[in-house]
Design a protein around this ligand. Structure first.
Ligand code: ASP
Ligand code: MG
Length: 407
């Protein structure tokens, strides 16, 4: 029998009615002659609630105990889903990550999967029952419970699809797929019928919130076809698969944005070997995540270096640059949290000229200033003022006619 993995996110199982609706969908899929392996997230905002609870109780919040706490959310959802299926006459067994064979390293709160031994999942399937696996969890070599991190249920689902050689991994959420832009910002945004792994990875890296980037990387590496779709409408969503090189591609697929970064500028650094190395080594040692980096051409042997970091790393990054400014001979360090990134992503960009010119013209025609630019072969990103971001997203979506279906 064909096998599909169906993963249901927190909003899909947020309350008793949702759990019963999902159980009904699983039962229908089985009646159509497909074996189903289910992965569930914690109900609604439970993960956030548990994190908040821990904050109120403790200042130290050791990783081992945090993982035991957080994974309880998914565990609860698996048991409830099984009960709902039993009521529909469908046999189902709940499995923790450990029972499902997820062996991980011991990096608590963000563990990595080392190996999957899905004997029990296979056994439950062989008995004609539905395995319901708790998402985002595993067990370490020391037999401690581990959590795979935020969004980790997507990774659980993709990993199971890979080891079970499933036909597809269906990621059910509260939106009906991957869109050409955030529909809250661009009401005319179009759901993409299909998107390639490379494009989706660029999109998730530049602000598209779902699916979790790590799961998309995992899916690409293992050739798992993803189907991102809604558990509220159940309509077909967006297929994510390896691009077919023989097919004509849309030049641009989507506009994404990200308001979570801030900019640091180090002014007047001497233009000689070792300056960037010293600056960024210090940041790396403080675990600051650096994203875009721009260095200007030098004038009189001095230049400016600007880079972006997550907003919550801004103070740390600014302080580190300040601490080294004297040694490096820099004149000034500036921090700026009023920036946002807007990105245009499309696999067809590779073989088309004029895309960046058009991006810059569109922004210029609105008087939107570009503060930084970075590109990959299938992406153009511009840093603009946060207050101009939504206008930039809408303008680019209009100019590239992304609401029009690709023929
Ligand atoms: N419930 C966890 C979270 O929201 C893990 C997951 O569902 O992916 O991050
Ligand atoms: Mg979730």
């Amino acid at each position: 029998m064909p096998v599909v993995v169906q993963k249901f996110g927190g909003s899909s199982v947020a309350d008793p009615d949702r759990i019963r609706a999902v159980a009904d969908h699983i039962a229908r899929t089985r009646r159509r002659g497909t074996d189903v392996v289910v992965v569930v997230s914690a109900m609604g905002h439970e993960t956030d609630d548990l994190l908040h609870l821990a904050e109120q109780v403790s200042r130290s919040r050791p990783g081992r105990e945090m993982d035991m706490l957080i994974t309880a959310g998914e565990r609860k959802a698996t048991a409830l889903m099984c009960m709902a299926l039993h009521d529909l006459g469908v046999g189902a067994d709940s499995l923790t990550g450990s029972q499902a064979g997820f062996l991980t390293d011991a990096s608590h709160t963000n563990a990595r999967i080392l190996e999957i031994k899905p004997h029990r999942v296979r056994q439950v399937l062989a008995e004609g029952r539905v395995p319901i696996v708790g998402g985002a969890q595993g067990v370490s070599a020391a037999r401690d419970v581990t959590f795979l991190g935020r969004g980790g249920s997507d990774t659980t689902a993709v990993a199971l699809a890979a080891v079970l050689d499933a036909d597809a991994c269906e990621l059910y959420t509260d939106v009906s797929g991957v869109f050409s832009a955030d529909p809250r910002v661009v009401p005319s945004a179009r759901r993409l019928g299909t998107v390639g792994f490379d494009e989706l990875l660029e999109m998730t890296a530049t602000g598209c919130p779902k699916p979790a980037m790590r799961s998309v990387e995992f899916a690409r590496r293992n050739g798992v076809t993803l189907h991102v779709r809604s558990s509220f409408t159940w309509e077909p969503g967006t297929w994510v698969r390896e691009e077919d090189p023989s097919m004509e591609k849309a030049i641009i697929s989507a506009v994404t944005y990200d308001t979570s970064e801030a900019k640091v500028t180090v002014q007047g650094v001497p233009d000689r070997p070792g300056i960037a190395a010293a600056l960024f080594r210090a940041l790396a040692d403080l675990n600051v995540m650096v994203d875009m980096i721009v260095q200007n051409t030098s004038e009189d042997g001095r230049t400016d270096i600007s880079f972006t970091v997550p907003c919550e790393h801004l103070d740390r990054a600014q302080q580190s640059c300040q601490d080294h400014a004297g040694d490096l001979g820099a004149t000034r360090v500036l921090g700026d949290d009023g920036i946002a990134k807007v990105s245009l992503v499309g696999a067809g960009m590779k073989s088309h000229s004029g895309v960046s010119a058009k991006v810059f013209e569109v922004l210029a025609s609105r008087g939107i200033n570009i503060e930084m630019i970075s590109t990959s072969s299938i992406r153009i990103t511009c840093v603009v003022r946060t207050e101009r971001l939504e206008e930039a997203v809408q303008a680019l979506h209009d100019a590239f006619e992304l609401e029009r279906p690709v023929v």
